[in-house]
Design a protein around this ligand. Structure first.
Ligand code: NAD
Length: 359
């Protein structure tokens, strides 16, 4: 007997509702084909939740997310809520859900469909077929370490300070995510640290090294973060999975994202310890194009594919969605953000329909 898989949809603001609607259409199509038994429940987050409930994420919504197998989000924010007090801004809803669901692993694939290689700022031959997965630790490291602050020294000068701290269990759990991901890919993990300078990352390297004994099939390498930044723009295709701490991951994942050229194509996942996760496009709510029907829904559709693969164990259906996206690009269909001469410009809804047809 297949159990129903509960998915909470949080379309959010701006283009969020438009792009999530297309992802749902695609999920319904794979559900019909692969008998996945998906069950959707739609809730509010961000500005839409502020308008309705006075807060960016209601506790009842949070409870539904906790009880679900996965959460698929659009995006939050927009000028309408920019002047609100920072404690109830739309983005707080996103931070709250990440924190409350214990989402410690951020997965950011940098995958460049060969059809879009000219959109990259790097030469086509360096990036065509690029497929990297960056696994970033999301709830620890220097962004959360204590003590932190700005203090006044005895000589009257002010001093800013933060603490780069990682415990073994934090390193091990993010390491396991990376190794598990690598097992489903090309079986190579590159752990990025600064072990020549920072003791916290000496420990990081030691834990990654001992963890690798549990994954004999996976090739583990280590790289200093400065070299990793250089290699990402010199020869990015050398990487399969990159695992790193919060701050290094923040920077490297944005670098890797830009290798692909288009923000409308990039999905992401944030996972907790039981495999449950929050899936969302990397881009924001794009208020400048909201309501015009021209947003690219592919990042959200690809986020839905990640959800099937990582939280619902439906790799075949995930592969089918990714292949369908490739097919649609082969057909020359392009939303406005990835349009180039000679291609066929399509709307948000037409793009979603085309992916469904390609399935
Ligand atoms: P943005 O990503 O929303 O937009 C940047 C540019 O990319 C805009 O020109 C936009 O039109 C374009 N764009 C983005 N997604 C697109 C898509 N799917 N198809 C076509 N074009 C697309 O970033 P921004 O303008 O800096 O932020 C707008 C709002 O989104 C702000 O309120 C910000 O706080 C919020 N935001 C939310 C998230 C999130 O929900 N995770 C992330 C980033 C920004």
């Amino acid at each position: 007997m297949t159990l129903t898989k509960k998915i909470v949809l949080l379309p959010g603001d701006g283009i969020g509702p438009e792009i999530v609607a297309e992802a749902v259409k695609v999920l319904e199509a794979v559900d019909a084909k692969y008998k996945l038994k998906l069950k959707f429940e739609q809730e509010l987050i961000g500005g839409a939740a502020i308008d309705q409930h006075g807060v960016p994420l209601a506790n009842t919504t949070l409870d539904k997310c906790r009880a679900a197998d996965a959460v698929l989000m659009g995006s939050v924010g927009g000028p309408k809520w920019d002047t609100l007090d920072s404690s109830i801004r739309p983005e707080k809803g996103l931070l709250k859900i990440r924190y409350e669901l214990g989402l410690f692993a951020n997965l950011r694939p940098a995958l460049l469909y060969p059809q879009l290689a000219d959109a990259s700022s790097l030469k086509r031959e360096l990036v065509a077929g690029l497929d990297i997965l960056i696994v970033r630790e999301l709830t620890g490291g220097i962004y959360f370490g204590e003590p932190r602050g700005i203090r006044r020294l005895d000589n009257g000068e002010r001093q800013g300070y933060n603490t780069y701290v990682y415990s073994e269990h934090e390193i091990e759990r993010i390491g396991r995510v990376a190794f598990d991901m690598a097992m489903k890919r090309d079986k190579r993990v590159c752990s990025v640290d600064k072990a020549n300078v920072l003791e916290a990352t000496v420990l990081w390297r030691e834990v990654m090294q001992s963890l690798s004994a549990d994954y004999p099939e996976v090739e583990l390498s280590h790289m200093y973060v400065d070299n990793a930044a250089m290699q990402l723009v010199r020869a990015p295709k050398q990487f399969d999975v990159i695992v790193t701490g919060n701050m290094f991951g923040d920077i490297l994942s944005d670098t890797a994202a830009m290798l692909t050229g288009s923000i409308g194509m990039l999905p992401s996942a944030s996972l907790g310890k039981d495999g449950r996760g929050l899936y969302e496009p990397v881009h924001g709510s794009a208020p400048d194009i909201a309501g015009q029907g021209i947003a690219n829904p592919l990042a959200t559709i690809l986020s839905a594919a990640m959800m099937l693969r990582y939280s619902l164990g439906e790799a075949e259906a995930a592969n089918a969605i990714e292949a369908a996206v490739g097919k649609v690009l082969d057909q020359g269909l392009r939303s406005a953000d990835i349009y180039s001469d000679g291609m066929q410009r399509v709307s948000t809804v037409e793009m979603g329909d085309a992916v469904v047809a390609a399935l």
